[in-house]
Design a protein around this ligand. Structure first.
Ligand SMILES: Cc1cc2nc3c(=O)[nH]c(=O)nc-3n(C[C@H](O)[C@H](O)[C@H](O)COP(=O)(O)OP(=O)(O)OC[C@H]3O[C@@H](n4cnc5c(N)ncnc54)[C@H](O)[C@@H]3O)c2cc1C
Length: 422
């Protein structure tokens, strides 16, 4: 469970304004109302997707004033906007390897929905790793994530994004825009959780992307019913889906919807299907691959296949190498007992200070990325980045200067499983 006892609740904050001295003993700085409109925060998280939501909650729970900017109108990113509402993998070889804030939210979503978990103790049959993914009610996840942000003291701002960013002695000056909004804030640390290293790109940091990228998918349901938290959506590949600009995003969205339209017409034209309906469609095409940073360390395929335990590992990650091409996908399973780890250095752009990336755009080669980009791993990386940014902001230093033992100790306090050499 998220440690409600050690941070101010949203209602506590409200009470704080009414009852003098309420919550005064708390050291934490996280204050929804203070940081919502404040022009100074400790940590700015950009992108409230799979990784960013967890990053922001962890940062605020660790005592840093935290703002979270999200371009869209919901938390969860690919899981909710894209409809890939089957996060995985939190377990490997009969043991839980990822827990903490992301796991707590997923668990709470399943419980409130009245859903079920897979049997993690029974190995998935053959190569069907998706048997250990958890089907969640995506809108419910969003609401619970919003609630967790409020309780932690995260200042959430929908429909906002950074317009320009300047580095200075205290960290970063960020110009932010949104409908009817144009403001500037000063922050000590930035965590880029945009899923495409968009903010690293805006600042001019070096990024990588192959010419050939994996197809995106549009998620929908034609025919029958659709029940959140129970059914998986149908998917169609959208080749060339690119999330790197509004121009390419528009194309990916329209191409995806046109494919669904075509599919609907095709199915209804079949005898007996004249009454078949489109019963669900996600608002955006989900994009599998975009830019990745060039980090202090680049995780590679060999690291994943060998289950390398890094000295500065901040979390585990478990999934096959899973590259989608125009021929489909042919996952390469990890050998029995193998559980790779993610080093802190993969979250930090080479030679840069006060800036981290979490989620699928961490520093990794293409094949390693096709494994570590999955949602449980993104959540674990997000929690790690949030913890490091809060520690760095508190001690007015840069993430690479934070001792790994302090990071692990903070993460463990908030329920994360941290890899350590025996
Ligand atoms: C079709 C498909 C199938 C998949 N299947 C699985 C699966 O079965 N199981 C699994 O676990 N994983 C799966 N994945 C992988 C996984 O869902 C993603 O890799 C992961 O969710 C990425 O998380 P993220 O936090 O890096 O990015 P996202 O979850 O995409 O979040 C990025 C967020 O940043 C926001 N944003 C972007 N730019 C800005 C900006 N400039 N300012 C403010 N906000 C911004 C976006 O709106 C979004 O909310 C799949 C992915 C796809 C596309």
């Amino acid at each position: 469970m998220i440690r409600r006892d050690i941070f101010r609740s949203f209602w506590g904050l409200l009470l704080g304004s009414i009852v003098p001295g309420y919550g005064k003993e708390k050291k934490h700085m996280g204050s929804v109302r203070e940081s919502l409109n404040s022009d100074h925060v400790d940590v700015l998280v950009v992108g409230g997707g799979t990784a960013g939501t967890i990053s922001a909650i962890q940062s605020a729970l660790a005592g840093a004033t935290t703002q979270l900017l999200e371009l869209e109108s919901r938390l969860g990113g690919t899981m909710t906007t894209g409809g890939v509402c089957f996060p995985g993998l939190f377990h490997a070889w009969g043991q839980q390897i990822i827990s903490g804030i992301g796991w707590d939210l997923v668990k709470k979503t399943v419980e409130l929905h009245g859903g079920t978990f897979p049997d993690f103790n029974t190995p998935y049959p053959d190569e069907h790793h998706w048997h250990h993914q958890i089907v969640v009610n995506a809108p419910l996840y969003t609401m619970l994530a919003e609630e967790a942000c409020m309780e932690a003291g995260v200042a959430l701002r929908y429909h906002e994004f950074p317009l320009s960013i300047e580095e200075n002695r205290q960290g970063w000056k960020v110009e932010i825009a949104g409908p009817g909004t144009h403001r500037k804030i000063q922050c000590r640390q930035i965590i880029d959780c945009t899923g495409g290293a968009d903010i690293a790109g805006l600042i001019g940091m070096r990024r990588l992307r192959d010419d050939d990228t994996q197809p995106g998918s549009i998620l929908f349901k034609i025919g029958g019913d659709f029940h959140w938290g129970r059914d998986r959506l149908q998917q169609l590949y959208v080749f060339g889906a690119d999330s790197s600009s509004s121009t390419t995003r528009t194309k990916a969205i329209v191409d995806g919807r046109q494919k669904v339209l075509e599919e609907l017409r095709k199915r209804r034209a079949q005898p007996g299907n004249e009454h078949m309906q489109l019963v669900h469609l996600r608002p955006e095409t989900a994009v599998r691959e975009s830019y990745r940073i060039v980090g202090e360390y680049q995780v590679n395929k060999k690291d994943m296949l060998s289950g390398r335990l890094f000295e500065d590992a901040v979390c585990f990650s478990f999934y096959p190498i899973d590259l989608h091409t125009n021929q489909g996908v042919n996952p390469l399973q990890l050998s029995e007992g193998t559980v790779p780890t993610i080093p802190l250095r993969a979250l930090i752009p080479k030679g840069r200070r006060n800036f981290m990336v979490a989620g699928r755009s961490v520093s990794s080669d293409r094949l390693a990325n096709s494994s570590l980009r999955v949602q449980a791993s993104c959540m674990a990386m997000g929690q790690a980045a949030g913890a490091v940014a809060a520690l760095a902001a508190k001690s007015k230093t840069t993430p690479l200067n934070i001792p790994i033992k302090d990071i692990r100790s903070l993460l463990s306090e908030f329920g994360a499983i941290v890899p350590e050499k025996a």
